[in-house]
Design a protein. Sequence first.
Length: 216
Amino acid sequence: MITDAQWDDAKLIWDFHQMGHEARPCSVAICLGSHDLGAATFAARQYHAGLFPVLVFSGGNSPTTAALYPRGEAVHFREQALVLGVPADAILLEPNAGNTGQNITFSRGVLREAGVEVDSVMLIAMPYMERRAYATCRKVWPEVEVVCASDPLDFADYIKTIGDEKLVIDTMVGDLQRVIEYPKSDFAIEQEVPSDVLAAYERLLRSGFDSRLLTS
């Protein structure tokens, strides 16, 4: 059972992970693959709102999504967007990325090959992946303007959509570890983590929310 104190700590981390960017028109959007098909649904809504003319779905398989999306994350996400009325000629597919850096770098290559000029990019991801996606993009594609976006659900409602509270908290903790550690390997820009968020992170680690940590 997750205690009230653990919920409070998780909510602190949830809030930190979100960038709070105002949605605005961009040259393109890149939707990052994950276990959460809701990102594709949200991307379709943003397309229909006229916020970008081109949408890239990026992602291959990972140990956590191989069974869920056997043809790859990007392929399944694209199919969801097509069902929701996004025209096929507005979608580009990047089916090989295995991490966030590759999501952005490989998508950039796909856009270049398609002749799409990019001044600004909307990164669409799970709500608790916004900050890591931003930090990665600023490192590997520093010349573009970055707008982060995700389905505007509150923490409790998002947990309900996924149906696995432990998985969500473990993944948020793992993403915060990456926000802290990846700049040391030059994978992302460095970002200041507030002391209360760090304390919440350390308490959740001690409580066993650690299944999605870096392994080396």
